[in-house]
Design a protein around this ligand. Structure first.
Ligand SMILES: Cc1cc2nc3c(=O)[nH]c(=O)nc-3n(C[C@H](O)[C@H](O)[C@H](O)COP(=O)(O)OP(=O)(O)OC[C@H]3O[C@@H](n4cnc5c(N)ncnc54)[C@H](O)[C@@H]3O)c2cc1C
Length: 437
């Protein structure tokens, strides 16, 4: 069955000599990590005109290694725990430790801070591969890498980078806290308040639906320092789990991604030092918009991986195991057409995901691409995981294997990091701007 994935998986990219020199060959670390490498970190807009165009599905050697090692790790370590974690509605703490050991919690964190020093697309590859087996583990890694680590990397002071990045790469899970009971899609209507103290800031309020909250030691919290300025008063802060006044009020019970924790948080006179401000006061809304634009590519990758995992699971069954009317059920033309249609849609979603990731890395405008990738990948995940249950008949519907779980897990793709309507709104707004005289 590995061959199904192989045909979808990008091939190693053949780079022209100039670019090839910039990408170091990945190495296996002495500390038993599967993943670690150094790559040329691209901060600026890259001139692509001298590069020969390559298929969007091509990977660099680093990214290819990421896909292979995460795929192996997912099959060998995660898969045996998936059903148990879903039923228990809890992440196995030992598995979280292993994610750190594998270098999957510091993918883009530079090696000087103990991270893997890889590129954004490598993170996307890892998120997709994890979701093929368990979208809950995938979102834990996704939020930690694409939202939390990136916020500290981009906006942390030298001191907070030195303090937090080594921890985030090796032992401390992070959460990203924007949503509140009365502000979801309208995120910047948030009511959590921050006020200045002699040494820093005091935070009061509550957050809702916060991913990773049960496992996290660090929380990035958006709060308004000056509500008279509306959303321009919003700032971003780092809150340590052990800070007095911080508490987890409730852990939600959910339809899907049940092993991923989702919690309500309370902040009662939480006092933090001045150095825990991320970036500049009043810029929090801009940071949140920027980070979530990138983060959406991660959710799109999660949904693409989910769709492929659901498809592979069903394909294995109908083409190898289940016979009716004297033949394998996957050999009926009515089934084959559906299976082929689903695979085509997964491949299209995948192209959107990697196009958005590559554009982001090249410093190009990727906002519409990210919105389209998330919108479409979540639709495909819902359709394919639903069809996969039907292809498997009763075996797809029972709580064995991963078929019904993938279907439940797919629903969240249309909700978090901006609902499907919000993605459509973004796409339409940008198109209208482009086509208005
Ligand atoms: C499992 C889970 C994990 C999450 N993790 C996090 C996290 O880690 N951090 C975090 O900050 N948040 C998190 N969230 C919150 C998530 O981002 C919000 O749920 C999401 O943004 C939608 O907000 P809402 O639930 O309030 O829906 P609402 O905003 O109330 O939307 C309800 C419906 O109205 C529609 N709608 C709203 N506004 C418009 C509009 N202008 N035009 C058209 N339709 C509209 C929506 O599309 C939706 O269909 C998580 C949520 C869940 C369920």
């Amino acid at each position: 069955m590995a061959s199904f994935a192989r045909s979808l998986r990008p091939l190693v990219r053949t780079l022209p000599p100039r670019t090839q020199r910039r990408v170091a060959i990945p190495r296996i670390c002495h500390n038993s990590r599967l993943l670690s490498c150094t790559v040329f970190r691209r901060q600026e807009v890259i001139d692509l005109t001298s590069l020969a165009p390559t298929p969007i599905s091509h990977f660099s050697e680093t990214e290819h290694m990421m896909a292979d090692s995460v795929s192996k790790f997912s099959q060998e370590v995660i898969l045996p725990k998936v059903r148990e974690m879903d039923e228990a509605e809890a992440m196995d703490p030992g598995l979280v430790d292993q994610l750190f050991e594998q270098g999957l919690m510091g993918i883009e964190i530079p090696e000087e801070y103990g991270g893997a020093g890889m590129n954004f697309t490598a993170a996307i590859v890892g998120i997709e591969e994890l979701a093929r087996v368990d979208p809950s583990v995938s979102v834990l890694v996704d939020v930690h890498n694409t939202l939390v680590n990136t916020m500290i990397l981009k906006y942390g002071t030298v001191e907070s980078r030195e303090k937090w990045l080594p921890k985030l790469a090796t032992e401390t899970v992070g959460s990203f806290c924007l949503s509140e009971p009365s502000s979801g899609s309208d995120a910047f209507a948030l009511r959590t308040k921050a006020e200045k103290t002699a040494d820093g800031y005091r935070i009061n309020g509550s957050k809702m639906w916060i991913t990773n909250a049960m496992e996290a030691g660090l929380f990035i919290v958006f709060a308004n320092l000056d509500p008279s300025k509306g959303y321009r008063g919003i700032s971003a802060f780092i809150v340590d789990k052990d800070t007095k006044g911080f508490s987890i009020a409730k852990k939600e019970q959910k339809l899907g991604i049940r092993a991923s924790s989702t919690c309500v948080l309370n902040f009662d006179d939480v006092e933090i030092p001045r150095g825990n401000l991320l970036g500049e006061e009043g810029q929090g809304y801009k940071y949140a918009i920027g980070i979530l634009n990138e983060g959406r590519i991660g959710i799109a990758a999660q949904m693409t991986g989910l769709a492929l995992g659901a498809w592979e699971n069903a394909a294995r069954y109908v083409w190898n195991d289940r016979q009716q009317f004297g033949q394998l059920v996957g050999t009926f033309q009515g089934m084959q057409h559906q299976i082929a249609q689903a695979y085509t849609e997964i491949t299209a979603a995948r192209a959107l995901v990697y196009n958005a990731a590559r554009k982001k890395e090249a410093g190009q405008d990727f906002v519409m691409d990210a919105a389209m990738a998330k919108l479409y990948a979540s639709q495909v995940a819902g359709r394919v995981s639903g069809s996969a249950i039907e292809w498997m008949g009763g075996m797809g519907f029972v709580r064995e294997g991963i078929a019904e779980k993938m279907f439940r897990d797919s629903k969240i793709g249309a909700i978090y990091e901006g609902t499907s309507n919000i993605q459509l709104q973004t796409i339409a707004k940008l198109l209208q701007k482009q086509y208005t005289a």
